[in-house]
Design a binder for this molecule. Structure first.
Ligand SMILES: Nc1ncnc2c1ncn2[C@@H]1O[C@H](COP(=O)(O)OP(=O)(O)OP(=O)(O)O)[C@@H](O)[C@H]1O
Ligand SMILES: [Mg+2]
Length: 340
């Protein structure tokens, strides 16, 4: 009888140990994978997906233990079910040393993990020199650009006229392809997508704002915004969303105005409402403040910041205006096709 009790105890201990080990392993594997991902500074493999690469770990993921319900080892080898309390594994067994190492690791974590929605590697864009097409003469507008654009940020590309801002923005937004180099947008290598796929991507996931406001002149502010929702294939709730976006940009009372009845700054706001309406992951704005006075330009940039905060969108804008640089969460400066 006593021997049998001892045997049963032994079995329980073995089960608990097994459950503990597996949970620790699961935690370590998870932590290991995250660490590998965190350490992947350089893209270059298909497997590295821009949207997934993290500079830090997701909070609480490191050393994560399987919940008790999913913990292996609920049954003994002979199938005998153990009382839940005996096999429930909330914390794997860790030595004091391990705990201290984890505490230190935790202290090193950035408070908010940074995810990158876009990453580029050595992007080069060459154009044939005028009159030398076919003769091998070419001009490099971009000379090896490697950058990262954090998700849900306002990123500014700044540089003088001719430095390559528009050329770079066109490549980031799948309007153009690099001559060489890689561009990951979320999990796609967009430098290699077919034209049809790039059109689809732009329509569904991206939004655009240009320097010269390109509203459809015979459509009201509301109709301009609603139209882009239709183009993106949105079936339901177009009216509500169009109205919501116009309110978001402070034009709730101008919905039925025609473009020519609005100021340049107001028209740009309609263009911004239109760019954000279909909930793109990212909005590209090429010199959106180029034709606005400095106060209106600042209000547009502040509006971008609000959109980042309220809509969770990422915005990449170009400007040559030094006074707007402070508004960016991240600023890249271009000079003669290089980042400086
Ligand atoms: N399609 C093209 N063919 C030939 N050269 C081009 C082409 N597009 C751009 N370039 C050249 O590449 C360089 C960068 O042009 P880009 O339009 O990117 O500059 P930018 O920084 O946007 O300038 P801006 O502030 O004036 O808009 C310029 O020297 C330009 O002449
Ligand atoms: Mg430009």
């Amino acid at each position: 009888m006593r021997a049998e009790r001892e045997k049963k105890k032994e079995k329980n201990r073995a089960v608990q140990e097994l459950a503990g080990q597996e949970a620790v392993q699961a935690g370590q594997e998870q932590a290991g994978q995250e660490a590998v991902r965190a350490g992947q500074e350089q893209p270059g493999q298909e497997a590295v997906q821009a949207g997934q690469v993290q500079a830090g770990q997701e909070p609480g993921q490191s050393g994560q233990v399987q919940p008790a319900a999913e913990a292996p080892g609920q049954k003994t080898a002979d199938g005998e079910k153990q009382p839940a309390s005996r096999v429930e594994v909330k914390e794997p067994e860790r030595t004091e040393q391990q705990k201290e190492a984890e505490r230190q690791k935790g202290a090193e974590q950035p408070e908010k993990p940074v995810k990158y929605i876009i990453r580029t590697q050595d992007v080069v864009r060459s154009f044939p020199l005028p009159g030398k097409a076919g003769l091998g003469g070419e001009f490099q507008a971009l000379k090896g650009i490697s950058l990262e654009i954090p998700e849900q940020s306002l990123t500014i590309l700044r540089g003088r006229s001719g430095s390559g801002k528009t050329t770079l923005l066109n490549i980031l937004s799948a309007l153009d392809k690099p001559t060489s180099g890689r561009v990951w947008l979320q999990n796609q290598d967009i430098a290699r997508l077919s034209e049809r796929k790039r059109v689809n991507l732009r329509r569904k996931k991206l939004g655009f704002v240009f320097q010269s406001v390109s509203l459809i002149p015979m459509m009201s502010a509301y109709e301009n915004v609603e139209f882009v929702l239709r183009m993106a294939g949105v079936k339901k709730g177009r009216r509500e969303r169009a109205e919501e976006c116009l309110k978001l940009v402070g034009l709730g009372s101008r919905m039925n105005h025609m473009p020519q009845e609005m100021s340049g700054g107001e028209q740009q706001r309609v263009a911004i409402a239109r760019a954000v309406a279909h909930r793109p992951s990212i909005i590209f704005a090429d010199e959106p403040t180029g034709e606005l006075d400095s106060a209106t330009a600042l209000s547009v940039v502040n509006l971008f910041k609000q959109l980042v905060a309220k809509e969770g969108v990422t915005i990449v804008m170009t400007t040559h205006d030094v006074s707007l640089m402070g508004a960016g969460d991240r600023v890249y400066e271009l000079e003669d096709g290089r980042l400086i």
